[in-house]
Ligand binder design. Structure first.
Ligand code: NAD
Length: 495
């Protein structure tokens, strides 16, 4: 499509903010709504249902009824597979519409909404669909007078609470394995980006997922989200979001019915570049490309860059040369690679961190300001801070914006110590030509994923999740089924 066509479609696209419960589009019972503003230009995209505990009760009841009567859970895995594959095909069929909704709702460039978000969502749903009729149960090696079967069963009613940075992908990472395993699901999208989740539910119904099996309750976290986390009839909660709210989710699970609670939380990933880095250009491209992708609003963004002192000047010269190409542009133009920050609150938070970096003595080498103010949207220039110290706020806290902190080291052990001196442990990277050093460092780094001589390794086949306060679960790969299934042992006496 041309840029002009994207703008024309954006102006006429119909957006439906009603909840999706038991196969129907409905407003909240209280009839309360909230406005949904686009970060691109501040325009009002329309009203969204403000679901609260009585709407959550309805969604949970629909999901429970659907689970208990087996309309989905009791279908043969091969039958569920066919439906999920059709669901994935339909996501691609409606790809332009979904990409446009995603870009308008949270500000990411349209080219990535299409090439990354739509494609990854479809791929994730297809992959779990294809997986489910290839997983076998187990027979334990017991004595000959008995048979012990170890089987996996769906947990039941799963609530998925997701953030706004990759709204569709984060939803797919939860709903695809949960649905594939036979569960019923209630999805709570972020109040900042509810539109694609709601559309996905309609598409799922069109694909053949029975009514009641997949419900979506938009609304605020402290209302719809908390009602799900506290609900006595939700069996499992899959949460992706901030560490602060993740802790509350675990408390609410304990306070209510001890539902299984899985958390995928924040990050402050360390990217260590040694002087013997085998390809400095690739290291610079990865460091810069990865921190500014999605406007820096990625949980795994390598926001702490540790460069060995002897190559620092050369590295920074190359890095600074790349910066102008990351200037934010109109997200609806196909050549834009940096879009808008999701909303005014997040903008204020990012600008607050930039101010803290400056006041704590870090040197702002590039950016550091809000741009494109004339649009009415929220844009921040890609920003690099040099002379950062590990004790500074910008080195300790997750900024979730386009801000890179550069630290220098002379001893790899010291770099690893500082990399690990974080409450987070989502991802990390080491760049070196020395194989032993790469392996030793990868082993020493306390992170769920470690990259060696790259930062873009990512595939649905591998688990994604963190150590420490980056969470307690793993999305993606076959391991995600561990979250949405129970293990049952059945003993059979052989007489
Ligand atoms: P957030 O924690 O503010 O919100 C996440 C979700 O929780 C939203 O749907 C929100 O409405 C809901 N919520 C808020 N308060 C709640 C409450 N009291 N009870 C129940 N639900 C509540 O996070 P965010 O700002 O939407 O997302 C950014 C965060 O997500 C970052 O920290 C980022 O690192 C993290 N993230 C992690 C991963 C991962 O896989 N580890 C992936 C993407 C984003």
């Amino acid at each position: 499509m041309t840029n002009k066509l994207w703008h024309e479609r954006a102006a006429t696209l119909k957006m439906d903010g009603r909840a999706f419960i038991d196969g129907q589009r409905v407003w909240a019972k209280s009839e309360q709504q909230f406005d949904n503003f686009s970060p691109i230009d501040g325009r009002n995209l329309g009203l969204v249902a403000r679901c609260q505990s009585d709407d959550v009760d309805l969604a949970v009841s629909a999901a429970r009824t659907a689970f208990n009567d087996g309309r989905w859970a009791s279908q043969a895995p091969a039958a569920r597979k066919r439906v999920l594959i059709k669901f994935a095909d339909l996501v691609l069929k409606y790809g332009d519409e979904l990409a446009l909704l995603e870009t308008l709702d949270m500000g990411k460039p349209i080219q990535y909404s299409l090439s990354v978000d739509v494609n990854s969502t479809a791929n994730c749903i297809r992959w779990y669909g294809e997986a489910i009729d290839k997983i076998y149960d187990e027979i334990a090696p017991t004595a000959s007078d008995s048979l012990a079967l170890i089987t996996r069963e769906a947990v039941g009613v799963v609530a998925a609470i997701v953030p706004w940075n990759y709204p569709m992908i984060m939803a797919a990472w939860k709903i695809a394995p949960a649905l594939a395993a036979g569960n019923s699901v209630i999805l709570k999208p972020s109040e900042k980006s509810p539109l694609t989740a709601l559309r996905l539910a309609e598409i799922a119904l069109e694909a053949g997922i029975p009514a009641g099996v997949f419900n979506v309750v938009p609304g605020y976290g402290h209302e719809a989200g908390a009602a799900l986390a506290l609900h006595m009839d939700v069996d499992c909660i899959g949460f992706t979001g901030s560490t602060k709210i993740g802790k509350q989710i675990l408390q609410m699970a304990g306070q209510s019915n001890l539902k299984r609670a899985w958390t995928e939380l924040g990050g402050k990933s360390a990217n260590i570049v040694c002087a013997d880095c085998p390809d400095l250009d690739a290291a610079v491209e990865a460091a810069i490309g990865s921190i500014y992708f999605n406007q820096g609003e990625s949980c795994n963004a390598p926001s702490r860059l540790f460069v060995e002192a002897s190559i620092k000047d050369k590295f920074m010269e190359k890095a600074l040369a790349m910066m102008p190409s990351f200037q934010p542009g109109d997200p609806l133009n196909e050549d834009t690679i940096m879009g808008a920050i999701v909303d005014a609150t997040q903008l204020k938070s990012v600008m607050g961190y930039i101010a803290a970096g400056k006041s704590e003595g870090a040197k702002c080498l590039f950016g550091g300001e809000q741009v494109r103010l004339e649009t009415g949207g929220y844009y921040v220039a890609p920003t690099i801070f040099d002379q950062v110290d590990s004790s500074m706020k910008i080195a300790r806290e997750e900024i979730f914006g386009p801000v890179l902190s550069v630290l220098t080291f002379t001893d790899i052990n010291e770099a690893v110590r500082q990399a690990n001196a974080s409450s987070f442990g989502l991802q990390a990277a080491i760049w070196t030509a020395d194989l032993s050093r790469a392996i030793k460092t990868a082993r020493a780094l306390r992170a769920g994923t470690v990259h060696v001589n790259q930062y873009d390794g990512d595939d649905i086949t591998v688990p994604f999740g963190g150590y420490k306060q980056s969470g307690n679960g793993r999305d993606k790969s076959l391991h995600a089924f561990d979250k949405y299934t129970e293990l049952k042992t059945t003993w059979i006496r052989i007489s």
